[in-house]
Design a binder for this molecule. Structure first.
Ligand code: ATP
Ligand code: LTN
Length: 343
């Protein structure tokens, strides 16, 4: 550990963008791990609102979703007594460190990012914002400010984590050992939940391809069931784990089932060996998804029923986060050669 960092436990940091309705992909790939790991790590979970403005957005929607996502962190089991929950823009150090890291990040590293290429391709070429290209540097700042050891994310964030490590190593090389090099923590099952309408594409909260694309955490339960019953499969009837792209729909349903039940693949295949067809599989997947959603929705109603509760937790969280972030930023400024103010 670097001499200026005082940690009593290893740390995790992660975040979700308030850019739409959270999906079961966000839950299985990220939030569920957070709730579990908060008992093993000192944990920081932020609502990354500055990331959500890298594509066109509506300010009123951003405001509402920022509170909704924070309340969903709590509803999914993040305990504010043991973890710090905060909003990224409440801690200005995230923006400031981004600028400093920008100046040591080669443009070529950013041009290679697949998420940038995918998201840029969905917009008119002349309207893609600079922030979309710079998105991974802001993410690196989020992580490095807290000296996070591990970052629990879905599989789609692997490349951004590699970039964060590269930026940290470059900084340490240029200015002396400063940042902890973080590890990605990606779930073995459910790291990449696929779209129910198109199982060759990742399930994503901002995807609008069809109303049957994703199950949202706040979907009415009968609607969630209907979406799973309509999931795209294939014309066969064999219910087994398989990486053949033709069978991606069945494989996706089995992975959701695996992630939510914790059963082994052989147990699951044996269980479905006597099923009459995909209808039976879908019904059971719908049952386990609904069993996961029900308590989350119940807690969400309780949390949001209490006026001002979420906002006051976010204020406390920002204060705690800012203290650590400010101290890291002071070290960074000093190492980079900025003079201090003298009052
Ligand atoms: P957007 O569509 O707005 O880009 P998203 O649904 O991809 O959003 P993010 O806010 O980018 O969600 O991601 C939040 C967390 O959820 C990240 O750790 C990400 O890896 C994880 N995640 C997102 N989608 C999935 C998925 N389909 N399967 C597993 N994990 C996912
Ligand atoms: N880019 C991430 C969201 C994110 C994040 C982070 C995740 C922003 N900052 C820091 C982990 C740690 C995504 O899921 N799209």
């Amino acid at each position: 550990m670097n001499s200026h960092v005082s940690k009593t436990r290893k740390r995790v940091l992660s975040g979700v963008q308030p850019s739409g309705n959270l999906t079961i992909g966000n839950y299985i790939g990220a939030l569920r791990q957070w709730a579990r790991e908060q008992h093993n790590f000192e944990s920081f979970f932020c609502v990354v609102d500055l990331h959500a403005i890298t594509v066109p957005y509506d300010p009123a929607e951003l405001r509402a979703k920022t509170r909704e996502v924070a309340a969903l962190y709590l509803a999914c089991g993040i305990d504010p007594d043991i973890s710090t929950i905060f909003v990224q823009s409440h801690v200005p150090a995230h923006s400031e460190l981004t600028w400093l890291l920008n100046c040591i990040t080669p443009l070529g590293w950013l041009n290679r990012m697949t998420q940038f290429k995918d998201k840029a391709a969905k917009q008119q070429a002349d309207s893609v914002g600079t922030g979309l290209l710079d998105y991974p540097v802001l993410m690196a700042a989020d992580i490095l400010l807290y000296h996070a050891d591990a970052v629990p994310v879905g599989d789609d964030q692997r490349q951004h984590l590699e970039l964060t490590r590269d930026i940290a190593q470059r900084f340490n090389h240029l200015f002396g050992e400063t940042f902890t090099i973080p590890e990605a923590m990606i779930p073995l099952s459910g790291g990449r939940v696929m779209g129910l309408d198109d199982p060759t594409n990742k399930m994503s909260k901002s995807e609008t391809s069809s109303e049957y694309h994703a199950v949202y955490l706040l979907d009415p339960l009968d609607r969630a069931r209907k979406k799973i019953m309509r999931a795209v499969t294939d014309s066969g009837r064999d219910i087994s784990f398989n990486d053949d792209p033709q069978r991606a729909g069945v494989n996706n349903l089995l992975e959701i089932y695996e992630a939510l039940t914790g059963k082994t693949r052989s147990e699951i295949e044996a269980h479905f060996a006597t099923a009459r067809g995909y209808g039976d599989l879908k019904k059971e997947v719908a049952d386990v998804v609904i069993a996961a959603l029900e308590p989350i929705q119940q807690r969400y109603r309780e949390i949001t029923g209490e006026q001002g509760y979420v906002d006051s937790l976010l204020a406390q969280g920002a204060e705690r986060a800012a203290e650590i972030a400010r101290s890291t930023l002071d070290t960074v400024r000093d190492r980079m050669g900025f003079i201090k103010t003298h009052s």
